[in-house]
Design a protein around this ligand. Structure first.
Ligand code: ADP
Length: 547
């Protein structure tokens, strides 16, 4: 158990592990420590390996409070595993970092790292020093990355796609592929279309820039996946504060308030003695006047809709109704920000600050009832900032909604990545096989220890196509051997694993693609983490008598 360990960095930025000193201890030889770390990390990657690819197995995750989650998303599986080993925890960080920057390839990066660590162990057993292995891997990775650039292809992104999205368009096909292994398979076309439309709506194609802040993915229980839809605008998971307020109206001028929409209550703030009926009456009048003043301020600004961060009581609510001011209460901070951004309005903290320029503008608001349920939500459409979109994801249970959101997220990321950089490589292990072949060719030209490290790196890359094959019920070694000779003989680096039984190995023909930046990131991150583990040298492990 290494739960006392923390990872730190020295002043040169080199990582090392500190294990808290407790009782008697034994100083473990650097190499033994590395071995034990690798073994722990291997357990994690072995679990993820079986989830890789379109035929990967789903995992059932049961949280400590009994919540059940079924997924084959690597990042999700890892985040729910309780890991005490520090290196295993680093694998989780690794996967998260791939997720944050790229949004895809989170399982692959962990499987590749596990394979590299496995290979390192074998080299260590042969007596090769970990630092030498680390350096060899770094050189091999450079060659792999250069090879990726060489074999990369490009997808075409048409400017007019937004209005005329053809199923034959590359972006659509790419979005669809990235949904491949996930639970929403029956709604593939719909989700792929949603992802592309969403990203194109917010993208700046000339600057190759996509602002994800403008896309909100909102899950709502009930209905079926097919009820999911794209809304050109924003949703608020609330209804109007009074049932008699209009259910929809147009030409919105929105006051977005963070000040409580109710009269100040002196009785709770100061000890106020009320002894006579007259005093009580005065207080009531005071409250009433204050409130009328607030409403007057809002009306003066020209607002016809109030969106407020706070609640207000029945009396206040009634006054709003009788003054023709529809209102929404208890709207969370991040929703307020989104509304402000979408409608070009400003968040106003005090009634005194409210001016016409600070109001948000949109074409209309309407209350939507969710299928047969009694749940409602508000939809604001035709926002002044037309770039804001919301993907409303429906599903009959939480698990389906969550998994659909994750799949859509992957798809959104792929489309965004392609707009930023339209270079792709072919998946199904094709790119890994090509790099593996290249590195093993280079291995023969190396003189020193590097030739071992290169061969090991090449074998680690083979684990990706082998896992894909295994998960699809194919013989991993036979498949790999066939694919390799096919790539060499046909001089075609697009040959990969036919996971879905299409009788076609050419991933270009099947349009199984991955983004170049995503694949490059996987290789770099996996190599970096492996090198880091190999360079840990001084570890103190607590003595046995402590357990
Ligand atoms: P990750 O979380 O790493 O994206 P996935 O479970 O989504 O993991 O699997 C991705 C792997 O599956 C990639 O190697 C990708 O090329 C491959 N893949 C996806 N779809 C197909 C397909 N239809 N045929 C073959 N390989 C596929």
């Amino acid at each position: 158990d290494m739960s006392n360990a923390i990872v730190a960095q020295d002043e040169m930025g080199r990582p090392f592990i500190i294990v808290k000193d407790q009782g008697s201890k034994e100083r473990s030889h650097g190499i033994d420590a590395i071995k034990s770390h690798i073994l722990a990390a291997r357990q994690v990657s072995t679990i993820l390996k079986t989830s890789l690819g379109p035929r990967g197995l789903d995992k059932i995750l049961i949280s400590p409070d009994g919540e059940i989650n079924i997924t084959n998303d690597g990042a999700t599986i890892l985040s729910q595993m309780e890991l005490s080993n520090e290196i295993a925890k680093l694998l989780v960080e690794l996967s998260k970092s791939q997720d944050n920057e790229i949004g895809d390839g989170t399982t692959g990066v962990v499987v590749l790292t596990g394979a590299l660590l496995d290979q390192s162990l074998e080299l260590i057993e042969k007596g090769i020093h970990p630092i030498k292995i680390a350096n060899g891997f770094e050189n091999a990775c450079k060659i792999a990355v250069e090879n990726l650039d060489k074999i990369a292809d490009e997808v075409v992104i048409h400017e007019d796609l937004k209005d005329n999205l053809l199923p034959s368009s590359d972006l659509f096909k790419a979005a669809k592929t990235s949904l491949g292994s996930k639970i929403v398979s029956k709604s593939h076309d719909k989700f792929a279309k949603m992802a592309v439309e969403c990203v194109l709506n917010v993208a700046d194609l000339s600057r190759k820039d996509v602002d994800f802040e403008l896309i909100k993915v909102e899950g709502k229980l009930g209905g079926s996946i097919d009820d999911s839809k794209l809304i050109n605008g924003i949703t608020i998971d609330k209804d109007f504060s009074h049932p008699q307020m209009p259910k929809s109206f147009e030409d919105l001028k929105i006051a977005i308030l963070t000040c409580p929409f109710e009269p100040p209550k002196p009785k709770t703030k100061h000890k106020l003695e009320i002894s006579t009926i007259e005093e009580f009456k005065n207080l009531q009048d005071y409250e009433q006047n204050k409130f009328t003043e607030m409403i007057a301020k809002v009306k003066e600004s020209g607002a016809n809709l109030v969106i407020c961060q706070w609640g207000f009581d029945d009396e206040a609510n009634h006054l709003l109704l009788s003054n023709d001011l529809p209102a929404v209460r208890w709207v969370g901070g991040s929703d307020l920000e989104r509304i402000a951004m979408a409608t070009n309005g400003r968040i106003v903290p005090r009634f005194e600050d409210l001016t016409p320029e600070k109001l948000g503008h949109a074409e209309k608001i309407r209350e939507v009832v969710m299928g047969t349920t009694r749940e409602r939500m508000l939809v604001i459409e035709g926002c002044e900032n037309t770039k804001t979109v919301t993907c409303l994801i429906r599903g009959s249970n939480k698990m389906i909604v969550d998994e659909s959101i994750r799949s859509l997220h992957d798809s959104l990321c792929v489309v965004r990545n392609l707009i930023k950089d339209n270079r792709i490589i072919y998946g199904g292990g094709a790119a890994e096989i090509s790099c593996s072949l290249k590195i093993s060719e280079e291995a023969d030209k190396q003189k020193g220890i590097d030739q071992y490290a290169f061969r090991a790196f090449s074998q680690a890359l083979d684990v990706i196509p082998m896992s894909l094959a295994e998960n699809s019920g194919l013989d991993p070694i036979e498949t790999l051997t066939t694919l390799k000779s096919q790539q060499v003989n046909e001089k075609n680096s697009n040959i990969g694993v036919d996971c879905l039984g299409n009788h076609q190995n050419d991933m270009k023909k099947l349009f199984v693609i991955e983004t170049l930046i995503g694949k490059r990131q996987q290789l770099l991150l996996a190599t970096q983490l492996t090198r880091m583990v190999l360079k840990i040298n001084d570890v103190i492990i607590s003595g046995k008598d402590q357990y």
